[in-house]
Every structure is written in C-alpha cells, then in structure tokens.
Design a protein around this ligand. Sequence first.
Ligand code: PEP
Length: 230
Amino acid sequence: MSKLVIANFKMNGSKDFIESWIKDFLAEQESANSIIVALPSPYLQTFSDRDLTLSGQNVSNEDSGAFTSQLSAGMLKDCGAKYCLIGHSEARHFLMETNEIIKQKFDQLKKESLQPILCIGEPLKIKEASKTTDYLTKQLDLIDSDQENLIIAYEPIWTIGTGLVPEIKEIQLAIDSIRCKFHKPIKVLYGGSVNSSNVIRISDKTDIDGLLIGGASLNPKEFAKIAQLC
Ligand code: PEP
C-alpha cells in the first residue's frame, strides 16, 4: 500500500534553495508513495503551483485576532497547504506548547479541512524509565478515539537529528500502543534520523504507514531515494 513520506524542512532553505530542490527532487522521484513537503510558511504560496503536496509546520490555536506572529489554519489553506504538522517536539519545546494547545490546533485545522499530522514522542528520560507507552497515551488523551482520518507521527525526541534510531521492536511496540487507542483505522508514521541507509529496515520490519524526514529531506536526491525505498 502507498505510504506517506513527508519532508520537514524546518527553518531551512531559501527561495532559490527550494526552487532547485524541487527541480532535482522531481527529476529523481519515481516512488509511488505520496509525497508531502512541509515548507517554511513564507514559501508555501510561492511554490503552491508546483507538482507537490504542501504542508505547514505549525498553526495557531486561534481563529484570528491579536496574535502577532501567528498563522491561522485559514491562512495556511489560502497559501496552498493541504496538511499541517502540529505537536512537533521542537514546537512543544521552543514554544512551550501543551497537549491542550495542540488539541486546539488540531480542531482549527479540521475546521478548515486541512489534515493535521500530529507529532508525538517521548524524551530519553521517559524511554530509560520504560514509560514510553504511558507517555504517548497521555499525549493522545485529548484526541477523540472515534476520530476519522487520523495521521500520527511517532517521533522519539532523542532520535530527532541525533543519528539514533530505536530498536525495531521498540518502534513497533510504540505504534501498537498508538493504534490501540483508537477505534478507527489510523495512519502512524515514524520519524527520527531516517536516511537511505536505515529506511528499508524501519519500513519493512514494522507496519508503519509512512515516514517523517527532517535533516535527510534537505538533500533532494537522498529524499527521493528514501521515498523510493520506503
Ligand atoms: C523531524 O524533525 O521531524 C525529524 C524527523 O528530524 P530528523 O529526520 O532530522 O531526525
């Protein structure tokens, strides 16, 4: 079955960089998987006419008003985004986002018919204390267990940008614990230091529905290879 492969550019790139990334990526891209690119928001509109599905990287939990620096779900939609990441560990950390705020963001996206990609994952301390399952369950507590079309990205915080990847059985255990919270079929992605050398092992030995790729996605050839091998 086709998988979702998402590039998260984070705060990287420029207009020229993205222009040449798209050219190189489309020239290499042969995968039947669905590709989504989470660009920094100023570039969404610029590249909305390209042959790519775009995602925002975050959204406000409010509709509109005196929230200087924030972007509403309606604005992201206007700029061509179809998806939006929420709850990424970097946003949780730097912007001090709580599970309550993230649930409000989820609702804002749904209201505008944008698809949320809800990121969850445990810090190292929690993994070392063998409390991952409880931690993930808590991050999902506010999401209705009958929710349709959920996409959850499981990203252990200690693997993001570190080159570390959990044991396959740890990934599968986390995915199972996420799936069993919900009554409907959901998509669960894995993210954290995925590259073209480890993607086959992760994707063949677990039942993940796709991948969220940070650092490795900035290289268009590498990202195309990951999407091909996934
Ligand atoms: C991410 O930030 O979502 C991520 C998966 O990053 P990286 O692939 O660089 O670990």
